[in-house]
Write a protein that binds this ligand. Structure first.
Ligand SMILES: Nc1ncnc2c1ncn2[C@@H]1O[C@H](COP(=O)(O)OP(=O)(O)OP(=O)(O)O)[C@@H](O)[C@H]1O
Ligand SMILES: [Mg+2]
Length: 420
C-alpha cells in the first residue's frame, strides 16, 4: 500500500493536545510530516519526518513545504494552532491542496478585519473601532461608549484583554497594551503588533460553537458553555454540550452559518466565541482552527463521540467528514488557579477525586517548579491545572466540577526574593 503523508504545521503548545492531534492522523492511517520551530520529545515517535523552519518566516516555510511535497506527494496540510492559520492557507494554495482562501485566513487572524467584514450583520456585532494609541482610543470610546473592552487585533489565549469601565481605565489599559504588544513579550505580536480593537462590552452567557466547513458547507458539531474570570477573562470552565434551550441553539446555528459564509471560511475547523443574552447572540470572534483548552481534543469526543481531531485531518485532506454523534453525555473541564504568585509545587487534594470514576483526566498546565506570575504580568501561568469530568446529566457534571474548586488547591511557595 502506498503511504499517505499529511503535513502538520507546528503542534499545539499543550502537550496532550499535540499528542492527540498526531494520534488522530495515525488512526486515519496517515504519516505526519511536521514543519515547525521545534520537535517536542513526546512527538518523536509519531512524526515520520521533522523539518525545522521558523514558521513566522512565510517564504522559508512555503519553500520547505514545496520540497516536502516533491518528496512525499502530500495529501493535505493541517493546523491546530492560531498563529499558523494564514501560513497553512498559503501552503495549501501553493501546493493545490484543500485549504482556506487567503482572504478568509486574514479575517480569521485579525479581529478588526474580521468584524469589518461582518458589518452587515444587523444586531450581532458589538460597536467597535480600530485604535493604535491613546488618542485614538479616547476618540473611539466616544462612539463605542463605556463599558468597553480593548484588546490586540492579532493575539490569542486572552493575552491583553482590558475592560474599560471608567475614563481613567483608558490610560492604564493603553500603557499595559503598549508594553505587552511586542514580539519580545510574545511572538504572537510579530504580525499585527501594536494594533488594537476597542469594542462595546457584551453582556450575557459566554459560549462557543465548534464546527467545520467543508466544500462551502457549514457543519455545527456542538456548543460549549464557558465561564471566564474577572477582570482578565481567562477561561475557567467549559461544558459540552451547552445547556441553552433549543431555540437558542437554532438561532446560534443560523447566525454561525451567516458568519462563516460572510467570512468565506472553507475547508477548516472553526471555533466561534459569542455571548447569549437578552438581545440574542452577540459575536466575539471566530477562529479557523479547532478549540483549545481540551475542548476539541477531549470534551467534544467524550460528550458526543465525534472525533474532532480526526475530522481536522479529514477536512485538510478533502475526505468526507464523520460527524455522527454516537452518545449523549456531558463533559466538562475546570481549571485550578494559582491564587497568588509563587513557585508551583504541585496540586493538593487530588486523592479524593481519584476515587470518583466521574473524573476523567487531570492535566498540569505549568511544570512543577515554575515561578508563577499572575495577569497582567503573565497571562499564561495562572491556570496551573485542568480537571475533566463526565456525567450523564448537567447537575451531576456541575457537582463533579464543583469538587475541583472546593478540594483542589495549587501548592505555591513564596517567590524567591532578591539576593541580599
Ligand atoms: N466585546 C466584549 N465584551 C465582553 N467580553 C469580551 C469582549 N471581547 C472579549 N471579551 C472577553 O474576553 C475573552 C477573550 O477575548 P477574545 O476571544 O477576543 O481574545 P483571545 O485572545 O482570542 O482569547 P482566547 O484565545 O482565550 O479566545 C472573551 O472570551 C470574553 O470573555
Ligand atoms: Mg477568543
Amino acid at each position: 500500500m502506498t503511504e499517505r503523508h499529511v503535513l502538520f504545521v507546528n503542534l499545539r503548545r499543550i502537550k496532550r493536545e499535540g499528542l492527540e492531534s498526531l494520534l488522530a492522523a495515525r488512526r486515519l492511517g496517515h504519516r505526519v510530516i511536521l514543519l515547525g520551530r521545534s520537535l517536542p520529545e513526546f512527538a518523536r515517535p509519531l512524526v515520520h519526518e521533522f523539518r525545522q523552519v521558523d514558521t513566522y518566516d512565510r517564504d522559508a516555510s512555503i519553500a520547505a513545504a514545496r520540497e516536502i511535497h516533491v518528496e512525499y506527494n502530500l495529501i493535505g496540510v493541517a493546523n491546530f494552532t492560531e498563529v499558523d492559520v494564514q501560513l497553512v492557507a498559503a501552503i495549501a494554495a501553493d501546493l493545490g491542496l484543500p485549504g482556506m482562501p487567503a482572504v478568509a485566513a486574514l479575517r480569521a487572524r485579525n479581529k478588526y478585519v474580521m468584524k469589518d467584514a461582518l458589518r452587515h450583520l444587523e444586531g450581532v456585532l458589538p460597536r467597535f473601532a480600530r485604535v493604535t494609541d491613546l488618542a485614538e482610543l479616547r476618540a473611539a470610546v466616544e462612539e463605542v461608549g463605556l463599558p468597553a473592552v480593548v484588546k490586540p487585533t492579532g493575539a490569542s489565549g486572552s493575552k491583553g484583554i482590558f475592560e474599560l469601565r471608567s475614563p481613567a481605565d483608558l490610560d492604564v489599559a493603553m500603557a499595559e497594551l503598549t508594553r505587552i504588544a511586542r514580539p519580545d513579550f510574545d511572538p504572537v505580536f510579530r504580525q499585527f503588533g501594536a494594533e488594537f480593537i476597542v469594542e462595546e462590552f457584551l453582556e450575557g452567557d459566554e459560549l462557543s460553537v465548534e464546527g467545520f466547513v467543508s466544500g462551502g458547507e457549514v457543519h455545527i458539531v456542538t456548543l460549549t458553555d464557558k465561564v471566564t474570570s474577572v477582570p482578565f477573562h481567562l477561561e475557567l470552565e467549559h461544558k459540552v454540550p451547552s445547556a441553552l434551550p433549543a431555540g437558542a441553539w437554532a438561532e446560534i446555528g443560523a447566525t454561525t452559518k451567516d458568519i462563516v459564509g460572510a467570512l468565506a471560511f472553507d475547508n477548516c475547523a472553526f471555533h466561534l466565541e459569542a455571548k447569549w443574552g437578552e438581545r440574542g447572540l452577540r459575536f466575539i470572534e471566530i477562529a479557523g482552527r479547532p478549540a483549545g483548552d481540551y475542548i476539541a481534543s477531549h470534551l467534544v469526543p467524550a460528550a458526543t463521540g465525534v472525533d474532532y481531531f480526526e475530522n481536522v485531518v479529514r477536512v485538510a485532506t478533502g475526505e468526507p467528514l464523520r460527524l455522527e454523534h454516537d452518545r449523549r453525555l456531558e463533559a466538562g473541564l475546570r481549571f485550578v488557579l494559582a491564587d497568588r504568585p509563587g513557585r508551583f509545587e504541585g496540586l493538593h487534594g487530588l486523592a479524593g477525586l481519584g476515587e470518583d470514576p466521574g473524573f476523567d483526566h487531570v492535566f498540569t498546565e505549568v511544570p512543577v517548579g515554575t515561578e508563577v506570575a499572575l495577569p497582567p504580568e503573565n497571562f499564561g501561568q495562572q491556570r496551573v491545572a485542568a480537571v475533566i469530568a463526565r456525567h450523564t446529566g448537567r447537575p451531576g457534571l456541575d457537582a463533579l466540577l464543583g469538587r475541583v474548586t472546593d478540594e483542589i488547591t495549587a501548592g505555591l511557595a513564596p517567590a524567591a526574593g532578591p539576593a541580599e
